[in-house]
Ligand binder design. Structure first.
Ligand SMILES: Nc1ncnc2c1ncn2[C@@H]1O[C@H](COP(=O)(O)OP(=O)(O)O)[C@@H](O)[C@H]1O
Ligand SMILES: [Mg+2]
Length: 254
């Protein structure tokens, strides 16, 4: 079981000419689930992209470390190797590359995540099939081009499967629940929740809906507004937001 932390301190970042994140501070420890909620355009996906190192974003100040390693100075693939995973809000199509090919190529990341453990990474395809079964993802998709012609919900299951196979130390899940039907939502939520116990996965789950958080139980809930964490609390905060909206936290009425 891994122990460690993903630590974000006073992070200011944005696109050229516009600051979007205006001082984000939070720490996710191994095995914890942190939910990030917040109105549209508050910077949730920007946070996810900046953490993973998507090109086009600028870091203005602040730090992000994973077990003390400075992530912001690393290219995306090294962040992945350090144990960071991003489940994208809008997973992209990659014609010509199947999930089997992509995950087999990720074997060094899988092995890095299991340093010292008896790596079952040797059989990536077996692990893929086991993960597919757990979340009800059709095995035929494993050999087809990544996300091509997949529905929104199938893409989210695809992201979840990748997380299960890669076994990262920390996963940022950007609206992993959007597009999922109720059964898929329960299966995906359960899979992620179990990962926090199976190998101590730490989770930063961006979501609008308490539905997900009934299955994937948050230890901490943060409300992001205009690029800042304006409220932090326990799981009740998600219920309050669900009932009353964001107005009390953002000063902006519905
Ligand atoms: N690459 C980009 N180019 C231009 N504007 C962007 C870019 N990324 C984010 N933004 C803007 O920054 C704000 C925050 O976006 P985003 O992080 O996607 O919000 P959220 O995920 O909370 O809905 C929005 O106003 C969005 O239009
Ligand atoms: Mg978003």
């Amino acid at each position: 079981m891994s122990t460690g932390e993903l630590k974000i301190e006073d992070l200011h970042a944005g696109i050229p000419g516009r600051e979007i994140l205006r001082g984000v501070t939070l720490t996710v420890r191994s095995g914890e689930v942190h939910a990030v909620m917040g109105p549209n355009g508050s910077g949730k996906s920007t946070l996810a992209h900046v953490l993973m190192g998507r090109p086009g974003y600028e870091i203005l100040s602040g730090t992000v470390t994973l077990d003390g390693i400075d992530l912001l100075s690393l290219p995306t693939w090294q962040r992945a190797r350090a144990g960071l995973f991003l489940g994208m809000q809008h997973p992209i199509e990659v014609p010509g590359v199947s999930l089997v090919t992509a995950l087999t190529a990720s074997r060094p990341e899988i092995e890095a995540g299991e340093a010292g453990a008896d790596a079952g990474a040797g059989d990536v395809s077996e692990r893929m099939r086991a993960e597919a079964k757990r979340i009800g993802f059709d095995e035929r998709f494993l050999t087809r081009s990544l996300n091509v012609d997949l529905s929104g919900g199938e893409r989210k299951r695809n992201e979840t499967l990748q997380m299960g196979v890669l076994r990262p130390r920390f996963a940022i899940l950007d609206e992993i629940d959007s597009g999922l039907d109720v059964d898929a939502l329960a299966a995906v939520g359960r899979r992620v929740e179990e990962a926090t116990e199976e190998w101590g996965l730490g989770v930063l789950a961006i979501t609008h809906f308490r539905r997900l958080l009934k299955v994937l139980k948050p230890d901490v809930v943060h409300v992001l507004s205009a690029g800042r964490v304006v409220a932090t609390g326990e799981s009740e905060l998600a219920e309050i937001v669900d009932r009353t909206g964001y107005a009390a936290y953002t000063g902006v009425g519905p």
